[in-house]
Write a protein that binds this ligand. Structure first.
Ligand code: SAH
Length: 254
């Protein structure tokens, strides 16, 4: 892995152009990495590709980079949304970091009947996504939204956006894991049957979806229940698995 630091910046990036770093980034380069003028840095802004740059100016806390050459031209990221019920803090952080590495473009925490975690700090999660995007060498940042109720989050999606609703249970409350009635088909089969250039994956909380939610989810024309196999996965495992399948069948891993 390259030892040259890679940073997300807001400035436009062009040949012989400059990019001003924020205070934390400037401190990281000059104090933590102890880099000085002339040191190489790689930058991206989600619009203009990735550039090789050099530290041009260090004045107190202000650090300015000068662009030298475009390293990679901007590439589009698949239009994949992850809707997930917030979990305990560390597990939510894990979901955001892995969704970023796996190429999700929008991360939407959703409040459901059984969601355990009350509040979600979108600004804190966005920072986790930014650091993961720098590390994973993405050319863009996933957007992390504030939490929304599941109905509103689904309503906000484009009407032609398939929602792959990860459903671990069958409909029979008296049977183990809901028995076989209403059990969802395998996700790979559903992806092949409902291909689309955009998509959304829905992952429930530790307690799963309520019976009412299950009925209302399946009543939506663009929602497709999918199974991730015969075992109950932790929500964070289910998120990684479902995104991996989508990327492999419909995304940019093909
Ligand atoms: N209700 C379960 C736990 C839910 S697991 C129980 O009784 O233990 C948390 C979420 O992960 C689920 O809501 C679902 O979205 C997803 N998930 C876990 N295992 C799954 C599977 N085998 N198939 C589809 N989704 C699964």
């Amino acid at each position: 892995m390259s030892s040259i630091p890679r940073l997300f910046v807001h400035s436009d990036l062009s040949r012989e152009g400059y990019a001003a770093l924020d205070e934390a980034q400037g401190k990281y380069l000059t104090r933590v990495l102890r880099l000085g003028i002339g040191a190489p840095v790689r930058v991206f802004n989600g619009r203009d590709g990735e550039w090789d740059a050099l530290i041009d100016t260090v004045e107190g806390r202000a650090v300015l980079l000068k662009m030298k050459a475009e390293r990679r031209s901007q590439a589009s990221t698949p239009d994949l949304t992850l809707l997930f019920a917030p979990l305990k803090k560390a597990r939510t952080d894990y979901v955001v970091e892995k969704a970023t590495e796996l190429g999700v473009s929008l991360i939407q925490p959703v409040m459901t009947e059984y969601t355990q975690s009350a509040r979600v700090r979108a600004d804190r999660l966005q920072k986790i996504a930014l650091e993961a995007a720098e590390q994973t060498e993405r050319l863009d940042l996933p957007v992390v939204h504030e939490a929304a109720y599941i109905g509103a989050a689904l309503d906000a999606l484009e009407a032609d956006c398939p929602v792959y609703y990860c459903d671990e249970a069958g409909d029979d409350p008296g049977a183990v894991w809901g028995g076989e009635d209403g059990r969802a088909p395998a996700m790979v089969e559903v992806l092949k049957a409902h291909p689309a250039r955009r998509g959304a994956i829905l992952i429930g909380p530790e307690g799963g979806f309520s019976p009412t939610e299950r009925i209302s989810l399946r009543a939506r024309g663009n929602v497709h229940p999918v199974s991730l196999g015969p075992r109950i996965l932790r929500a964070e495992t289910a998120a990684v698995s479902a995104i991996t399948l989508w990327q492999s069948v419909l995304g940019d891993w093909t």
